[in-house]
Design a protein. Structure first.
Length: 688
């Protein structure tokens, strides 16, 4: 089971690597049964390769409730009682008759009748006329009340569709993609128990949410004799990023630990970092009770307790890197490149920043609603200091910030000049270059194509419109026709693609998704890479939001590496300072904290992998030495000072401490009374 764009790659690799085997892409139940018949009739091992999308792709369900004009309510199709929903008002909760938007999507609170427990959703028959229709990117709409949904969205396409339905509610509005199809994973669960010898789930981190694809993986896992789940990014820095995976793969351990599947917040409270915001209200002077304290907001911050490793992963997980495979790997290094903005752009940026600080300090209610727009503007303005939209007050509509135009599409900014400099150098050395651009609201891709083409470089853009299963062939075709520079969004290549032809990767702009960053950065650092070195450049403007985000992503990456068994001093430091990305960036914006370029460069340099013996075949028993020798760095990068790392003795002590802690926990579980561990968040005790 794997993403759709690498199913054919799996079949090809199996055919080329494993003897006496047969592999085939399976898209339907009939194809699966046909392949199993071939397995029973033959003498070969058989691999059925199917995509995670097809595994869960089945019939569509719609709200099977009935509208009653006399009662003015939606009724249960079985008991005939009105369907009710919870309504909160002034801290109190009430049950009222459900309104049409309550059924926009299927949810656990909307699935069954509260009176009789009957299912409220049923499979849709494509040939049957129903009073409901589904609008993409919105949800299910009860056609007679289509006008009631207009205030729920600002999407122009959805609004146009709603107006069309409201004008003719009795018209024909067929539901797209409503097919007569039974889910492949559910069929395997019901009909093939005991017939699956092994199940391999590729890109395991993509099943970490409460999603249909995750449920499909769990269904096949439950009927397989053996299981191997593979991923290069097990966790995203949050405890919730591993909760559903643990409950699907080791539910016994989760139940022994007292964690309920219906209450992931309990798991996050014990093994993650949760911030609760309370509001204290002072009573009147002559009141006969004390001030009241009410929790107003709960949110999860980045951070994972190392006890997740000892309690759930230690016995079931093998953490391997490419260097553990005994292959002769090239050097790999991620190089942050700080760049100074032009004075005109810098002055305009600081003006916008000051306006934002003023609003954040004077009008906190408006600041909360504008925070996302502010951070996005401050992140992209240095890259495109022109044609940026105004920031408008969410309540009265007046313009708070008006970004001035300090450049144009035809101007070459310092970051673009630095990218051109590296491209010239690498192509002159016979290499090919990849450029990642993450921000879709800028014209970076078109501008880079223009500049590179004018320099005489053959440049291509890999658009997201290319189907995932065709991207590998698309890239190979462009490489064979002489492509020297490839520009794309990192989301387009984060899984499945081997880009060995491109040995220099440049993050012109970087998003904040840790999964995407880690996957895209190592697209060409592969076992079959013949180049001696792979370099990943990360460009950012100094003393801006880009620099703050770069520093926070480095800390987030170090935290994720701890759970994966990579223990280092910077990872331990990151565990003690956990904040979510948006709030930390907002905090640094308000306080005006300066960036430390040396800290950012040092954090990434310590995670480099240097192979000094690349020219010779290295024995499998020899480990890869990480970040020992000096590597060439860009001119603009300040050489970081030497920073002490944890030595082998301390790493062994860390491991022995984790092992001893695990044995103590097992002895505690044998007693009837559960002992509360008050030090579960402390990882530094193991180093003492």
């Amino acid at each position: 089971m794997c993403p759709s764009h690498i199913t054919k790659k799996w079949v090809r690799e199996i055919d080329e690597t494993l003897p006496n085997t047969l592999a085939m892409v399976v898209k339907s139940i009939s194809e699966l049964e046909r392949l199993y018949s071939m397995y029973e009739a033959g003498d070969k091992n058989v691999y059925a390769v199917f995509s995670k999308e097809k595994a869960r792709d089945g019939y569509m369900r719609y709200p099977a409730i009935v509208w009653n004009k006399q009662k003015r309510a939606f009724l249960c199709p079985d008991c005939g009682k009105p369907i009710q929903m919870e309504l909160s008002d002034d801290g109190s909760q009430y049950l009222v008759n459900a309104d049409p938007p309550f059924f926009l999507g299927e949810h656990k609170r909307r699935r069954v009748c509260l009176e009789c427990g009957s299912m409220l959703w049923a499979p849709i028959n494509p040939g049957r006329s129903i009073p409901w229709t589904k609008i993409p990117d919105f949800g299910w709409v009860y056609r007679p009340f289509a006008a009631n949904y207009l205030s729920l969205t600002k999407n122009d396409a959805v609004l146009e569709r709603l107006r069309e339905i409201a004008a003719d509610p009795q018209g024909s509005f067929p539901v797209r993609e409503a097919y007569r199809r039974f889910p492949l994973s559910t069929y395997i669960k019901k009909k093939m128990k005991g017939r699956i010898d092994a199940f391999i789930a590729d890109e395991l981190h993509e099943y970490n949410n409460s999603s249909g694809q995750g449920d499909a993986m769990a269904e096949i896992f439950g009927v397989s004799k053996q299981f191997v789940g593979m991923t290069a990014t097990l966790i995203n820095g949050y405890s919730s990023g591993i909760f559903h995976l643990l409950y699907r793969l080791v539910p016994g351990l989760m139940r022994q630990d007292g964690k309920s599947y219906r209450r992931p917040q309990d798991f996050n409270a014990e093994y993650g970092v949760v911030e609760n915001v309370y509001e204290t209200t002072d009573t009147a002077y002559n009141a006969n009770r004390r001030a009241s304290k009410q929790k107003t907001k709960t949110r999860q911050l980045s951070g994972v307790s190392p006890l997740v490793f000892s309690r759930f992963l230690l016995e079931y997980t093998a953490f391997l890197s490419l260097s553990d495979m005994g292959k002769d790997l090239p050097d790999y290094e991620e190089i942050p490149v700080p760049i100074d903005m032009p004075w005109s752009v810098y002055g305009a940026y600081k003006d916008i920043e000051q306006e934002i600080r003023t609003v954040m300090k004077s009008d906190q209610k408006a600041a909360k609603k504008l925070l996302s727009a502010y951070l996005n503007l401050l992140t992209v303005y240095p890259d495109q200091p022109y044609d940026q939209p105004d920031i408008v007050h969410p309540i009265d509509g007046h313009i708070i910030a008006h970004p001035s135009n300090k450049a144009s599409f035809d101007d070459i900014l310092p970051k673009e000049e630095k990218v051109l400099e590296i491209v010239r150098e690498k192509i002159a050395a016979g290499e090919k270059v990849m450029i990642y651009t993450s921000w879709t609201r800028t014209d970076s891709q078109q501008k880079l194509v223009k500049l590179l083409t004018e320099e005489g470089f053959r440049t291509e853009i890999l658009p997201p419109s290319v189907p995932p299963e065709k991207r590998e062939a698309w890239v190979e075709k462009r490489v064979h026709t002489g492509c020297q520079v490839l520009i794309t969004n990192p989301k387009c290549v984060e899984t499945g693609l081997d880009l060995n032809a491109f040995t220099t990767l440049n993050f012109y702009s970087m998003g904040y998704n840790l999964f995407t960053l880690r996957q895209a950065a190592r697209r060409s650092w592969r076992i079959n890479q013949t180049a001696p070195r792979v370099e990943v450049y990360m460009f950012y403007y100094a003393d801006t939001m880009q620099a703050k985000a770069m520093k926070l992503m480095a800390s987030k990456l170090a935290m994720a590496r701890i759970i994966e068994g990579n223990l280092s001093e910077e990872g331990l430091a990151a565990m003690s300072d956990v904040k979510d990305l948006t709030s930390q960036m907002a905090k640094e914006l308000a306080l005006g904290i300066k960036d430390n370029v040396e800290d950012i460069a040092a954090a990434f340099k310590k995670m480099a992998i240097i192979n000094p013996h690349r020219e010779h075949v290295q024995p499998a028993a020899l480990p890869i030495v990480a970040a020992v020798e000096e590597a060439p760095a860009p001119v603009t990068v300040v050489e970081p000072p030497r920073i002490r790392t944890i030595d082998a003795e301390n790493k062994q002590a860390l491991y022995e401490g984790l092992l001893q802690r695990t044995m103590e926990e097992r002895r505690k579980k044998k007693s009837k009374k559960r002992v509360v561990d008050e030090n579960q968040f402390s990882f530094f005790d193991f180093v003492a």
